[in-house]
Design a binder for this molecule. Sequence first.
Ligand code: TXA
Ligand code: MG
Length: 315
Amino acid sequence: MNPAPANPVSFERAAELLRGGEVCAFPTETVYGLGADATSSDAVLKIYETKSRPRFNPLIVHCADLDMAHEVARFDPLADRLAAFWPGALTLVLPLKHGAGLSDLVTAGLDTVGVRIPAHTLARELIAAVGKPLAAPSANPSGRISPTSAAQVRALFEDTVPVLDGGAAETGVESTILAVNEEQATQLRAGGLPRDLIATRLGIEIVLANEDGSVQAPGMLKSHYAPKAHLRLNAKKPEPGEAWLGFGPDRIEAGYSLNLSPTGDLAQAARSLFSSLHELDAAGVATIAVAPIPDHGLGEAINDRLRRAAAPRDS
Ligand code: TXA
Ligand code: MG
């Protein structure tokens, strides 16, 4: 088992733990990841154990650079064009290169692999220092909100997981996931890189995966991003006893109120989304009324996470 970590751990210690087949949480620009050597099944199993994940979902493989990404996946011309957004908050689901040495547990036995080159410099330096791609889901116990700071990782795992501190996550929501197949891009998950921005820049169409359709990111449980509090979305104002999570200028006074972005800036709202939910949860509020968020740009990912956080918790 892991030695009790003196948290946060140094860069050298994080690399040493990962090289030795242990898990270590590390910063990315989206959210903190719980990393392990993607080529070692023993190491990847420790991710599932640590997160108490109910079942095996495929994990994103984080690479230091394009060379490493090309070692694990096959890129068609469209994938090559999409790779121009790297390093960044974009995960591409591509055909797996068999023989690349990835653990089956990373792909959950699929013929595809989710690949990402993170924009956070420390993340890329860590992967390069380990010398192996890192499998990393968000660094939270299964079903809890993703952490955007080292302090949140420490709190979520009660300091039992070593974490490399790289400051507050700049983007604040997970990566956008696109499956690329036969020159067609399908969005499996809205995320930190807005779909409309990618489509406009490349002059392509990005179709949406059906909620219950054939193409879907496995493991995207409806209630995945669950705070303890109940959420009431698209609220005009809080009812008595409710906490308030606002967006844009408002003068709402509630027992406990936070604002995702008083100026109505979606990037700022994405950045503060998970930390606001963590803060309201820590305050022990029962219900959070949430202001409407526009559904364009980053709003697509924010609304996706809010809907999941508000969904019934049976799974
Ligand atoms: O921003 C992020 O993406 C963060 C940071 C740490 O990089 N990671 C993250 O990982 O959000 P996770 O495990 O919480 O979500 C990964 C999603 C899952 O819904 C999984 O099913 C999907 O990616 N995924 C991974 N590989 C896939 C594949 N081959 N096919 C379809 N979906 C895949
Ligand atoms: Mg997650």
